[in-house]
Design a protein around this ligand. Structure first.
Ligand code: SF4
Length: 343
């Protein structure tokens, strides 16, 4: 197995509003290894974006990382640093250099009154020793790498002169300008049409291979996960419901929420199948339900589900599921086969 570069353990992030504490991320743990593309998937409000902002240490007042650790290894040796304990100056050395981020809507992420060149050169010069001339050369080279047809001529365009897909490519070029070890892509294809979406995902995979970086891909779309991710974390109500390889999550989903997500997305087969939505709404994180957060919407909910939170059960070497149905004492449920050896 490749080297671990990120270890998130018992992370808890909350926001304090006049109505009370919003428990956006509740005690989650996951690892990321070099070269992996980890897809974090879930509905709006599941805590996936807050998780990525926590990893960047971008949670600001009235929010806070309440507990847990985020250990990151910025270099090739095995030294880990806890991002939650870093000062503002220390974290600014890591951000943009070792960890970079691209956002959902590149039009709002880029400054509309500055040319692409100015914005890229500013980032490159902030994180390297390159002089302006060399930084411009580097920016043009990066635009070429991400598929901008005429980097020489188009680098002096303003963002509004670029299409949505080209703006996202320019954002990706800026994000990879310092060869980060970890790239966080928060819904990078949501604002784009499906053809451009496929091109951007293909580009991310190509760059991941070339730079040997790892990627955390935040999305609400299982199709994006299937296309790009190697590993998957399924989030709901601020918690991780299931995690595994992309094969585990698509061929053998064990959690009722993951199964519900599968049933609610269209497939490309000719077979006509009714889509079955997950009834109900995501939980109110000001006052989340006791026990399993999915219990008000779960077709298999039992009494214990409303009383006690299940542990994360090991399904296999690569897969685990946070559901009481995995327990050895759980009753048999129609259409649900508990894997042998789950513990
Ligand atoms: Fe459903 Fe209970 Fe499993 Fe939660 S723990 S997903 S409520 S069966």
């Amino acid at each position: 197995m490749s080297k671990k570069i990120l270890e998130v353990k018992n992370l808890e992030t909350s926001f304090y509003t006049h109505l009370g504490e919003v428990q956006a991320v509740r005690n989650i743990s996951f690892d990321l290894h070099q070269g992996e593309i980890l897809g974090i998937v879930g509905e709006s409000g599941s805590g996936k974006s807050v998780t990525s902002l926590s990893v960047m240490n971008l949670i600001e007042d009235p929010g806070e990382i309440k507990g847990g650790s985020i250990r990151f290894s910025p270099n090739v040796d095995d030294n880990f640093i806890d991002i939650t304990k870093m000062t503002r100056e220390q974290i600014s050395q890591i951000r943009g250099n070792d960890i970079s981020m691209i956002f959902q809507d590149p039009m709002t992420a880029m400054n509309p009154v500055f040319k692409i060149q100015n914005q890229m050169v500013e980032v490159i010069q902030r994180h390297t020793d390159l002089n302006k001339e060399d930084a411009i050369r580097r920016a043009k080279d990066l635009l070429g790498q991400v598929g901008i047809p005429d980097p020489e001529g188009q680098i002096t365009d303003y963002p509004f002169q670029f299409s949505g897909g080209m703006r996202q490519r320019a954002m990706i070029a800026t994000a990879i300008s310092c060869n980060p070890r970890l790239l966080i892509a928060d819904e990078p294809t949501t604002a784009l049409d499906v053809t451009i979406q496929a091109q951007i995902l293909e580009l991310l995979k190509k760059l991941q291979n070339k730079i040997d970086m790892s990627i955390i891909l935040i999305t609400h779309d299982l199709g994006v996960i299937a296309e790009a991710a190697t590993h998957v974390v399924v989030m709901y109500g601020g918690q991780i419901m299931e995690k595994g390889t992309v094969r585990d999550i698509f061929n053998n989903p064990m959690h009722p929420y993951t199964r519900g997500l599968h049933k609610s997305i269209p497939t490309a087969t000719k077979e006509k199948k009714r889509l079955i939505p997950i009834e109900g709404s995501p939980p109110d994180l000001l006052d989340p339900p006791t026990g399993c957060p999915f219990n008000p919407r779960c077709p298999h909910a039992m009494t214990i589900c409303t009383e006690e939170s299940p542990k994360m059960y090991t399904v296999s070497d690569t897969q685990s599921s946070k559901c009481w149905l995995m327990d050895e004492k759980a009753p048999k449920v129609k259409g649900y086969k508990k894997p042998k050896g789950a513990k």
